[in-house]
Design a binder for this molecule. Structure first.
Ligand code: KIV
Length: 257
Protein backbone atom coordinates (compact mmCIF):
# COMPACT_ATOMS: atom_id res chain seq x y z
CA UNK A 1 0.00 0.00 0.00
CA UNK A 2 1.61 3.19 -1.28
CA UNK A 3 0.28 5.53 1.40
CA UNK A 4 1.71 3.36 4.20
CA UNK A 5 5.09 3.14 2.44
CA UNK A 6 5.05 6.94 2.15
CA UNK A 7 4.38 7.24 5.87
CA UNK A 8 7.17 4.80 6.75
CA UNK A 9 9.53 6.73 4.48
CA UNK A 10 9.07 9.84 6.58
CA UNK A 11 10.65 8.32 9.69
CA UNK A 12 13.82 10.26 10.58
CA UNK A 13 13.23 12.57 7.59
CA UNK A 14 10.11 14.64 7.98
CA UNK A 15 7.49 15.01 10.69
CA UNK A 16 4.20 13.19 10.08
CA UNK A 17 1.03 15.26 10.29
CA UNK A 18 -2.04 13.48 11.64
CA UNK A 19 -5.46 14.69 12.74
CA UNK A 20 -8.85 13.28 13.60
CA UNK A 21 -12.03 13.77 11.57
CA UNK A 22 -15.55 12.61 12.28
CA UNK A 23 -17.29 14.03 9.20
CA UNK A 24 -16.83 14.72 5.49
CA UNK A 25 -16.78 18.51 5.83
CA UNK A 26 -13.87 18.57 8.28
CA UNK A 27 -12.03 15.82 6.39
CA UNK A 28 -12.29 17.79 3.15
CA UNK A 29 -10.69 20.84 4.73
CA UNK A 30 -7.82 19.06 6.49
CA UNK A 31 -6.95 16.37 3.91
CA UNK A 32 -4.47 18.48 1.94
CA UNK A 33 -2.48 19.27 5.08
CA UNK A 34 -2.37 15.80 6.65
CA UNK A 35 -0.57 12.50 6.03
CA UNK A 36 -3.06 10.52 8.10
CA UNK A 37 -6.64 11.10 9.16
CA UNK A 38 -8.00 9.09 12.08
CA UNK A 39 -11.65 8.52 12.76
CA UNK A 40 -11.00 8.31 16.48
CA UNK A 41 -13.35 6.82 19.02
CA UNK A 42 -12.75 10.12 20.84
CA UNK A 43 -15.90 11.04 18.91
CA UNK A 44 -17.73 9.49 21.85
CA UNK A 45 -16.68 12.26 24.21
CA UNK A 46 -16.20 15.04 21.66
CA UNK A 47 -19.49 14.69 19.77
CA UNK A 48 -21.74 12.60 21.99
CA UNK A 49 -20.62 13.84 25.41
CA UNK A 50 -20.04 10.28 26.65
CA UNK A 51 -17.88 9.99 29.77
CA UNK A 52 -15.99 7.08 28.22
CA UNK A 53 -15.03 5.85 24.75
CA UNK A 54 -16.34 2.44 25.88
CA UNK A 55 -19.83 3.49 24.88
CA UNK A 56 -18.83 3.96 21.23
CA UNK A 57 -20.19 1.21 18.97
CA UNK A 58 -18.89 -0.34 15.78
CA UNK A 59 -21.84 1.07 13.87
CA UNK A 60 -21.08 4.60 15.06
CA UNK A 61 -17.50 4.21 13.81
CA UNK A 62 -18.72 2.86 10.48
CA UNK A 63 -21.24 5.64 9.88
CA UNK A 64 -18.78 8.41 10.77
CA UNK A 65 -16.06 6.81 8.63
CA UNK A 66 -18.41 6.56 5.63
CA UNK A 67 -18.87 10.31 5.92
CA UNK A 68 -15.14 11.02 6.42
CA UNK A 69 -14.21 8.76 3.47
CA UNK A 70 -16.10 11.13 1.16
CA UNK A 71 -13.81 13.98 2.15
CA UNK A 72 -10.45 12.17 2.09
CA UNK A 73 -8.41 11.72 -1.05
CA UNK A 74 -4.70 11.92 -0.29
CA UNK A 75 -4.34 11.06 3.42
CA UNK A 76 -4.17 7.58 4.87
CA UNK A 77 -7.57 6.88 6.45
CA UNK A 78 -7.39 4.99 9.76
CA UNK A 79 -10.33 3.91 11.93
CA UNK A 80 -10.33 3.21 15.67
CA UNK A 81 -11.79 -0.19 16.53
CA UNK A 82 -14.03 0.51 19.52
CA UNK A 83 -14.04 -1.21 22.89
CA UNK A 84 -14.99 -4.90 22.96
CA UNK A 85 -14.73 -5.37 19.20
CA UNK A 86 -11.32 -7.11 19.17
CA UNK A 87 -11.24 -9.40 22.23
CA UNK A 88 -10.47 -12.56 20.25
CA UNK A 89 -8.78 -13.20 16.91
CA UNK A 90 -12.06 -14.17 15.27
CA UNK A 91 -13.99 -11.26 16.71
CA UNK A 92 -11.27 -8.82 15.63
CA UNK A 93 -11.02 -10.22 12.11
CA UNK A 94 -14.77 -10.26 11.59
CA UNK A 95 -15.21 -6.69 12.86
CA UNK A 96 -12.17 -5.24 11.08
CA UNK A 97 -13.29 -6.81 7.79
CA UNK A 98 -16.76 -5.34 8.29
CA UNK A 99 -15.30 -1.86 8.91
CA UNK A 100 -12.98 -2.07 5.90
CA UNK A 101 -15.69 -3.44 3.60
CA UNK A 102 -18.29 -0.87 4.59
CA UNK A 103 -16.04 2.20 4.75
CA UNK A 104 -13.15 1.52 2.40
CA UNK A 105 -10.72 2.77 5.05
CA UNK A 106 -7.00 2.03 4.65
CA UNK A 107 -6.19 0.73 8.14
CA UNK A 108 -7.54 0.21 11.63
CA UNK A 109 -6.15 1.18 15.05
CA UNK A 110 -6.14 -0.94 18.23
CA UNK A 111 -5.27 0.10 21.79
CA UNK A 112 -2.85 -2.03 23.78
CA UNK A 113 0.58 -3.65 24.06
CA UNK A 114 1.88 -7.16 24.62
CA UNK A 115 -1.61 -8.46 25.54
CA UNK A 116 -3.02 -7.81 22.07
CA UNK A 117 0.00 -9.09 20.12
CA UNK A 118 -1.80 -12.31 18.99
CA UNK A 119 -4.68 -10.18 17.67
CA UNK A 120 -2.35 -7.83 15.80
CA UNK A 121 -0.42 -10.76 14.30
CA UNK A 122 -3.61 -12.44 13.17
CA UNK A 123 -4.94 -9.29 11.48
CA UNK A 124 -1.62 -8.54 9.80
CA UNK A 125 -1.46 -12.14 8.53
CA UNK A 126 -4.88 -11.57 7.00
CA UNK A 127 -3.51 -8.50 5.20
CA UNK A 128 -5.14 -5.89 7.43
CA UNK A 129 -3.04 -2.79 8.10
CA UNK A 130 -2.86 -2.19 11.84
CA UNK A 131 -1.85 0.94 13.74
CA UNK A 132 -1.04 0.56 17.45
CA UNK A 133 -1.75 2.80 20.43
CA UNK A 134 0.31 2.88 23.66
CA UNK A 135 0.53 5.16 26.71
CA UNK A 136 -2.84 6.36 27.92
CA UNK A 137 -5.36 3.84 26.62
CA UNK A 138 -8.75 5.57 26.92
CA UNK A 139 -10.65 2.30 26.40
CA UNK A 140 -8.98 0.86 29.52
CA UNK A 141 -9.10 3.89 31.80
CA UNK A 142 -11.78 4.35 34.42
CA UNK A 143 -11.70 7.89 35.76
CA UNK A 144 -9.00 10.48 35.17
CA UNK A 145 -6.30 10.08 32.53
CA UNK A 146 -2.75 10.13 33.97
CA UNK A 147 0.33 10.60 31.81
CA UNK A 148 2.57 7.54 31.52
CA UNK A 149 6.26 6.95 32.04
CA UNK A 150 6.98 8.27 35.52
CA UNK A 151 7.63 4.93 37.21
CA UNK A 152 10.55 2.72 36.08
CA UNK A 153 8.27 -0.33 35.89
CA UNK A 154 5.83 1.52 33.67
CA UNK A 155 8.69 2.71 31.43
CA UNK A 156 10.13 -0.79 31.03
CA UNK A 157 6.70 -2.20 30.22
CA UNK A 158 6.03 0.42 27.56
CA UNK A 159 9.41 -0.18 25.92
CA UNK A 160 8.55 -3.90 25.83
CA UNK A 161 5.07 -3.19 24.50
CA UNK A 162 6.44 -0.99 21.72
CA UNK A 163 8.87 -3.68 20.59
CA UNK A 164 6.19 -6.36 20.81
CA UNK A 165 3.59 -4.55 18.71
CA UNK A 166 6.22 -3.50 16.18
CA UNK A 167 7.32 -7.12 15.81
CA UNK A 168 3.69 -8.16 15.52
CA UNK A 169 3.43 -5.95 12.44
CA UNK A 170 1.94 -2.53 13.21
CA UNK A 171 2.94 0.02 10.57
CA UNK A 172 2.97 2.84 13.14
CA UNK A 173 1.71 3.54 16.63
CA UNK A 174 0.28 6.37 18.69
CA UNK A 175 1.95 7.38 21.95
CA UNK A 176 -0.62 9.16 24.12
CA UNK A 177 0.32 11.09 27.25
CA UNK A 178 3.87 9.77 27.47
CA UNK A 179 6.80 11.36 29.33
CA UNK A 180 9.19 12.92 26.84
CA UNK A 181 12.40 11.00 27.52
CA UNK A 182 10.45 7.76 27.26
CA UNK A 183 8.96 8.89 23.92
CA UNK A 184 12.51 9.56 22.75
CA UNK A 185 13.73 6.09 23.69
CA UNK A 186 10.73 4.35 22.13
CA UNK A 187 10.93 6.42 18.94
CA UNK A 188 14.67 5.79 18.61
CA UNK A 189 14.29 2.04 19.18
CA UNK A 190 11.44 1.68 16.74
CA UNK A 191 11.66 1.17 12.97
CA UNK A 192 8.06 2.31 12.45
CA UNK A 193 6.87 5.88 13.03
CA UNK A 194 5.58 6.94 16.44
CA UNK A 195 2.75 9.46 16.46
CA UNK A 196 2.53 11.54 19.61
CA UNK A 197 -0.36 13.19 21.38
CA UNK A 198 0.86 14.70 24.61
CA UNK A 199 4.07 12.75 24.09
CA UNK A 200 6.43 15.60 23.19
CA UNK A 201 8.35 16.61 20.09
CA UNK A 202 10.37 13.39 20.36
CA UNK A 203 7.85 11.45 18.26
CA UNK A 204 8.03 11.00 14.48
CA UNK A 205 4.68 12.71 14.03
CA UNK A 206 1.89 14.44 15.90
CA UNK A 207 -1.85 13.97 16.16
CA UNK A 208 -4.51 16.12 17.78
CA UNK A 209 -8.27 16.00 17.91
CA UNK A 210 -9.20 18.53 15.23
CA UNK A 211 -12.14 19.88 17.24
CA UNK A 212 -9.65 20.80 19.99
CA UNK A 213 -7.11 22.51 17.75
CA UNK A 214 -9.71 24.62 15.94
CA UNK A 215 -11.26 25.61 19.28
CA UNK A 216 -14.62 23.95 18.73
CA UNK A 217 -14.30 22.17 22.05
CA UNK A 218 -13.26 24.02 25.18
CA UNK A 219 -10.44 21.63 25.98
CA UNK A 220 -8.45 22.17 29.15
CA UNK A 221 -6.02 19.32 28.47
CA UNK A 222 -2.38 20.42 28.91
CA UNK A 223 -1.20 19.05 25.55
CA UNK A 224 -3.93 20.74 23.51
CA UNK A 225 -3.02 23.96 21.75
CA UNK A 226 -5.88 25.95 20.30
CA UNK A 227 -4.60 27.06 16.88
CA UNK A 228 -7.80 28.87 15.94
CA UNK A 229 -11.08 29.81 17.56
CA UNK A 230 -13.88 28.48 15.42
CA UNK A 231 -16.45 29.14 18.17
CA UNK A 232 -15.85 32.86 17.70
CA UNK A 233 -16.23 32.60 13.92
CA UNK A 234 -19.48 30.62 14.28
CA UNK A 235 -20.77 33.08 16.88
CA UNK A 236 -20.09 36.06 14.64
CA UNK A 237 -21.81 34.45 11.66
CA UNK A 238 -24.86 33.43 13.68
CA UNK A 239 -25.06 36.86 15.34
CA UNK A 240 -25.15 38.55 11.91
CA UNK A 241 -27.76 36.08 10.65
CA UNK A 242 -29.96 36.74 13.70
CA UNK A 243 -29.64 40.49 13.26
CA UNK A 244 -30.55 40.37 9.57
CA UNK A 245 -33.56 38.08 10.11
CA UNK A 246 -34.87 40.22 12.98
CA UNK A 247 -34.40 43.37 10.88
CA UNK A 248 -35.90 41.85 7.72
CA UNK A 249 -32.65 42.21 5.78
CA UNK A 250 -32.35 38.49 5.13
CA UNK A 251 -33.51 36.92 2.87
CA UNK A 252 -33.29 39.84 0.47
CA UNK A 253 -34.24 39.70 -3.24
CA UNK A 254 -30.90 38.11 -4.06
CA UNK A 255 -31.72 35.10 -1.91
CA UNK A 256 -35.35 34.69 -2.97
CA UNK A 257 -37.07 33.11 -5.96
O1 KIV B 1 -9.63 8.52 19.57
C1 KIV B 1 -8.79 9.32 19.17
O2 KIV B 1 -9.07 10.42 18.69
C2 KIV B 1 -7.39 8.92 19.31
C3 KIV B 1 -6.35 9.98 19.14
C4 KIV B 1 -6.42 10.93 20.23
C5 KIV B 1 -5.01 9.43 18.95
O3 KIV B 1 -7.11 7.80 19.57
Amino acid sequence: MKKIQKLLGKKNKSKIICLTAYSKNIAEVIDKFTDLILVGDSLGSVLYNYNSTRKVTLNMMIEHTKSVRKGVSSSLLVVDMPYNTYRTKNEALKNCRKVIKETNCDAIKLEGGTKIVPIIKHLVQKKIHVMGHLGILPQSVKGKFKFKGKKPKERDQMIKDAKAIEQAGVFSFVLEGVEKTLSKIITKNSTVPTIGIGASENCDGQILVTDDLIGLTKSKIKFVKEFSNIRKIISNGVKKYRYEVLNKKFPSKKYSY
